[in-house]
Design a protein around this ligand. Sequence first.
Ligand code: GTP
Length: 602
Amino acid sequence: TDMSLIRNFSIIAHIDHGKSTLADRLIQETGGLTEREMSEQVLDNMDIERERGITIKAQTVRLNYTAKDGRTYELNLMDTPGHVDFAYEVSRSLAACEGALLVVDAAQGVEAQTLANVYQSIEHDHEIVPVINKIDLPAAEPEKVRAEIEDIIGIDASDAVLTSAKSGIGIKDVLEAIVAKIPPPKGDRNAPLKAMLVDSWYDQYLGVVILVRVMQGVITKGLNITFMQGGTNHLVDRVGCMRPKLELLPELGPGEIGIITAQIKEVEQARVGDTITTVKNGASEALPGYKEVQPVVFCGLFPVDAADFEKLRESISRLRLNDASFTFEMETSAALGFGFRCGFLGLLHLEIIQERLTREYDLDLITTAPSVFYRIQLRASKTDPAEEIMLHNPADYPDPSRIEKIEEPWIKATIYTPDEYLGSILKLCQDRRGIQTDLTYVGGRAQVSYELPLNEVVFDFYDRLKSISRGYASFDYEQIGLREGDLVKMSILVNGDPVDALSMIVHRGVAEARGRHMCERLKDLIPRHLFKIPVQAAIGGKVIARETIAAMRKDVTAKCYGGDISRKKKLLEKQKKGKAKMREYGNVSIPQEAFIAALRMG
Ligand code: GTP
């Protein structure tokens, strides 16, 4: 394709402002979709994505649009994941584009969350095309929103496109604006091949599919390519693009976005951000910006029913085929039996994997408390030399007398919020050991930066932030390295037995409060037994919090007898099912729900 006819862009929008509807309209207008296919939203193609309204994997479609100037353009629409856990993928998707559509709801106006994304896009030197959507709504105030875009975001909105994606108004104008305002890509066709690996996923029929943006040179079928970071060589066997169905092409030239397959077995070999070049006469320098993504949040996953272990192993391996950013290794726990220690990019990533295992593979799981990783310097002991270890699992916490120093990962968080929620947000950050580094106001909205220990963020920080700001605050973070901390292992004992799935590493300063909270929770969550059950939190041998679950009164059980026989049968059935989901600790049964609930710090 003639490069002057290519436009690569993404869409930035606050949740519900109409990104998916607009994307589908653009596809429909340019002939990629029939009316019937339109009824199913195309870009968000996973169930979980649709339910949660988030995009997990970047998807791209190519549209051919014949503009008013009579020329036919190749438009590549890149969908980007919408969550901080996938920030690196987002940055690579943005690096593959020259511009973005900024979709703003004509009745809602600019939302704080959009700001973070717009600024990221501006950092990539994108040309931003404002689109004011939902002008069909009676409450639409396009002129007010136009002024807001200029005041708050600081970009020219005088020729913002007015649309109703729902009723199909203004769609052609959007396409014309893309052609007129977003610059075409640049790149030398005769230079050695440099293509950025934007994303990769596993397809049952095609094997590993790679989404690429060619920066210079050309990719064709039959080419021997090499991944400059990954170091492996492959033979390209398919070159194509998604429309949104796969269409094979003879080549991908400079400036183009498309997909290739190259008989690659595992996504792990195709790392996001890598540079693809040719084996012979390849580029000598890789593209900038490559980063190896490392899991930062860890937890144990155990089958409720020990007999499901093999099924869990298979299911996890299958998921891993499609997602190289998640890691797993076998783990055994005294209480929970055989399971896996898994690593994730963040809490949402964890939830997604957990949900897919539960739903798609029909597994009942127990998830242990999420934790981050720690670097620990150990002194020499009589039997062991001094050494440095990386700790991923509180259960492996070493003998405290050997610990010289523990370091934990810190992040720099940037939060955008309407003014009125600022007070509660500052308090939340303060409670989580945060150090404020910056606070600025942009037209009724605050932007505040904090340095925070990641350990404090993995415990439902994001959910809390959303709930205290009624969904308006947005949160973005980057890791800033390890810092020493006064960290200790807190154990939870039920009836005198430590429950390893509930043990966690905490800062000494917050240990007592956390411990008390956990004991109170468990007191409510663990059903009464025929005897009194103490629930304790302890550091080393020292108990720091304690609650007691009172014994069940005898006559309560008596009530179960007598009465309608079929009802009793039903109850017994229920009990049997419930029992299967309990874990025994000594003589005490803890329902699975109790684990999950206890692990959510309120
Ligand atoms: P997420 O996928 O959750 O990020 O949302 P989104 O930004 O992709 O929004 P989506 O396209 O799913 O639209 C959200 C809601 O707004 C849906 O109920 C749409 O039908 C509706 N909607 C989208 N565009 C318009 C429009 O132009 N006018 C009206 N009245 N409703 C619209």
